[in-house]
Design a protein around this ligand. Structure first.
Ligand SMILES: Cc1ncc(COP(=O)(O)O)c(C=O)c1O
Length: 437
């Protein structure tokens, strides 16, 4: 794929050497709102959601796309996706709370926590949210929460660990015997039998094998094993599952030499195989659920950041910017690649190689290593691409640097969807003991 096409797939293009994002001049945005700043393109979110939803609709009507809120929990993002018909995957009660704040109904949420506390269960049961358990030991406590709150038991599911995991980094692989997630195939019958004994009578099932999977064949082995578990469970315990959830994990092309995920292969290894099972076995017609986060949000967002310092230490060149691993931790945490480009290209035709580093007082604060770019100058604005997933949600205030604002752009207009934090936001919850006053 040509570089211009790769950029174009992310709604980025250069006009007269200036970078436009969804037809908006990135320099103008930086001048209006300051830097660093997260800029999210509403239409790209909608397009990504529709791509995946249409793919499901064409193959199997009874389906839903549960957006993984952990990838981006801004209320406007949740609202946009809710308006498209998305449902939601939450990994904490805080994410459930954010969904409620954005107007999502409890029936649209699956709460897949891990290491649940009694408080988590109380919150979920009180608010009629479906809980997806990840340990047999949690059953009794969930059952007690229903009893204590005098609520009728809702649909229950277990997260299955099919052991074949995949992901862009070992920390994002979530299936395998050594990992903390879900229950193994050998525990499935016991888990659902115990649930039946405790009076649960409506069930679903769930798996999520990892995050950032760009090779769709990586889903195949896990899907096969998962479907054999679904078959065994429904046959042995005579359970009709209300849903079968395949989790998220769909990757995006962060590097210019990467192509987008081939959705037709994803469809063949997951959706078609599931459909065959429904057609050939007496398992009813469960709802098919998937839970993409990154695929929907990553390419919707860029970070604009300004170069403060160009340093030549005689050994190498550094471009020091005002966004660091406090703003975007993925490069430091996972060694992830984010493409970084100039918002206005210097036309002197000189190209140089830089480490793009943030202002955090740690050597690991590098957003991009050894990037060759048209010569950079202090004051220039750079765009860090594909920052919409696990970007703002994983940001921090390390070094007492308040988080930047988040801007939404849509049809040539821009809106603040989260104000920039100020110093006082960092101090607001602190209390000084009397003897220190
Ligand atoms: C249970 C569950 N579902 C969905 C996702 C979303 O993953 P991704 O953003 O890779 O689609 C995650 C991410 O870790 C997850 O843990």
């Amino acid at each position: 794929m040509k570089y211009e096409e790769w950029l174009g797939n992310k709604d980025l293009e250069y006009k007269d050497d200036v970078l436009y994002f969804d037809n908006m001049n990135t320099i103008d945005i930086a001048n209006e709102y300051g830097t660093p700043i997260y800029v999210t393109n509403e239409q790209r979110l909608r397009v990504q959601y529709r791509k995946i939803k249409n793919m499901l609709d064409m193959e199997y009507k009874n389906n839903s796309v549960h957006f993984a809120v952990k990838s981006n929990s801004n209320l406007s993002i949740i609202k946009i996706l809710n308006s498209e018909g998305a449902e939601f995957d939450c990994s904490s009660t805080g994410e459930v709370y954010a969904c409620f704040k954005a107007g999502v109904k409890p029936s649209q949420i699956i709460y897949t926590g891990n290491m649940f506390t009694d408080k988590d269960f109380e919150f979920a049961v009180e608010n009629d949210v479906l809980v997806n358990l990840d340990s047999i030991s949690q059953l009794k406590r969930l059952s007690k929460a229903y009893k204590d709150l005098e609520k009728e038991k809702g649909v229950l599911s277990f997260r299955i660990n099919p052991e074949f995991g995949a992901g862009h980094h070992s920390h994002t692989i979530t299936a395998g015997k050594q990992l903390k997630f879900g229950i193994l195939d050998t525990q499935v019958i016991e888990a659902y039998s115990k649930a039946k004994d405790l009076g649960f009578d409506r069930f679903g099932i769930h798996q999520h094998i990892g995050s950032g999977i760009l090779n769709p064949w990586d889903f195949e082995k896990a899907a096969e094993k998962y479907l054999s578990i679904v078959k065994e469970l429904t046959n042995k315990l005579n359970i009709k599952l209300e849903f079968v959830d395949f989790g998220g994990g769909l990757g995006i092309p962060y590097r210019p030499d990467e192509d987008p995920l081939d959705l037709s292969i994803y469809r063949d290894v997951i959706i078609k195989k599931f459909k065959e099972l429904v057609q050939n076995e007496d398992i009813g017609e469960p709802k098919l659920i998937i839970e993409p986060g990154r695929y929907i949000t990553a390419e919707s967002t860029i970070i604009l950041t300004q170069i403060n310092t160009i340093k030549n230490n005689t050994y190498k060149m550094f471009a020091g910017v005002n966004a660091g691993f406090n703003t975007l931790i993925r490069p430091t945490m996972y060694g992830s690649y984010h493409h970084i480009i100039s918002c206005k290209i210097n036309t002197n035709d000189k190209k140089l190689t830089y480490d793009i580093t943030g202002p955090i007082c740690e050597s690991g604060d590098v957003l991009g290593k050894e990037r060759t770019l048209p010569e950079l100058r202090e004051g220039d604005i750079l765009a860090v691409l594909d920052a919409g997933a696990y970007g703002f949600t994983m940001s921090s205030v390390y070094n007492s640097r308040p988080r930047p604002a988040e801007i939404l752009i849509n049809n040539g207009k821009s809106y603040v969807m989260r104000k920039a934090e100020q110093y006082d936001h960092l101090m607001d919850l602190q209390l000084i003991p009397d003897h220190l006053k």
